[in-house]
Design a protein around this ligand. Structure first.
Ligand SMILES: Nc1ncnc2c1ncn2[C@@H]1O[C@H](COP(=O)(O)OP(=O)(O)OP(=O)(O)O)[C@@H](O)[C@H]1O
Length: 303
């Protein structure tokens, strides 16, 4: 299914306003009897300068879609473009460079380097690329995220919310064409989660960025301009200008179809906030390696 209807609803036209798109995107894992069709001929347009959320039941293909759009995973069939660049068929080295130069990533587990302070973590992808940050932009991002007085702190000296803000600043630092956020509030309490969602919203509204966020949480999805619903590897629905209640209602229909009582709250979200409540220390990267950004397939050029 195409997202043309929602594009129309949001007043967008033209391919030049598409930050990423896929046509006939198919991804199968394994072969023979054990093969899993994670994505089944998906057509999707990600609008530039908009905040898109991707929702769906567990196993519906959300992460696979994000990984294929970001060039982190190969496709079995179909085509994917980042802007005007077709990324399907690019060699791994070209993909590494494309991810590093044109995409920002945020993950549930923050993926900060523990031995680097906040400022160093923020500029790490650019340092790896040998690029100088645009100081004006960087300062704007740091102030927008309220990190000015935390720049010398290492991740262990920061709260979970502050760590995710550093990860957000790192994703924004190079002013990428597209930011992918995979459950960015999954390790945060409700207040810190709302704060991070507010920053992603501001990144779109005030800094003109494009954000794609995978989430299980209707409350988080309600911060987006558009929600894409995945079911069994297909985009089965979309919702412009979502509210948490409307998203929750739509998610319940998946449960009805599946004939289970499992509601989105079952994945650990609190009904009041819709944001997962997690105690304990979030998973952190432990490697002191300055030469790569964990989880993002970002590394220096080898030529
Ligand atoms: N590396 C892999 N090898 C085999 N099967 C995989 C692999 N990665 C994902 N899958 C399968 O592909 C399907 C889609 O997985 P995916 O992780 O994209 O779903 P999801 O919607 O992100 O799920 P969740 O909400 O639980 O994170 C699932 O059936 C999953 O088991």
């Amino acid at each position: 299914m195409s997202t043309a209807a929602a594009e129309h609803a949001l007043g967008r036209t033209g391919p030049e306003e598409t930050a990423a798109r896929a046509r006939g995107l198919t991804k199968a894992y394994g072969s023979g009897e054990t093969a899993v069709l994670a994505l089944d001929s998906v057509d999707v347009d990600i609008a530039r300068g908009r905040f898109t959320a991707v929702m769906g039941p567990s196993g519906s293909g959300k992460s696979t879609l994000m990984h294929c759009l970001a060039g982190l995973d190969s496709v079995s069939a179909g085509q994917v473009w980042l802007g005007d660049t077709e990324i399907t068929g690019l060699k791994e080295r070209e993909l590494t460079r494309l991810r590093r130069d044109r995409i920002g990533f945020m993950f549930q587990s923050f993926n900060l380097i523990p031995t680097l302070n906040a400022a160093e973590n923020i500029t790490l992808p650019m340092d790896i690329a040998g690029q100088k940050p645009d100081e004006k932009w960087l300062n704007q991002v740091i102030d927008q995220l309220g990190l000015r007085d935390r720049l010398k702190h290492r991740p262990a000296q920061l709260s979970g919310g502050q760590q995710q803000r550093v990860a957000c600043a790192r994703a924004l630092a190079s002013r990428p064409e597209l930011i992918f956020a995979d459950e960015p509030t999954g390790n945060l309490d409700s207040r810190a989660g709302l704060e991070v969602l507010g920053f992603l919203r501001d990144a779109v509204d005030e800094l003109g960025q494009t954000v794609v966020m995978v989430t299980h949480d209707p409350g988080a999805a309600a911060h987006a301009d558009l929600v894409l619903f995945l079911g069994d590897g297909r985009i089965v629905d979309e919702m412009a200008r979502p509210t948490a209640d409307a998203v929750l209602e739509r998610m319940k229909r998946f449960d009805t179809i599946r004939g289970t009582a499992e509601a989105p709250e079952a994945s650990g979200t609190s009904e009041a906030s819709g944001i997962p409540e997690v105690s304990g220390t979030p998973e952190r990267d432990t490697g002191p390696d300055r030469k790569s950004v964990p989880g993002q397939g970002i590394a220096p050029d080898r030529d």
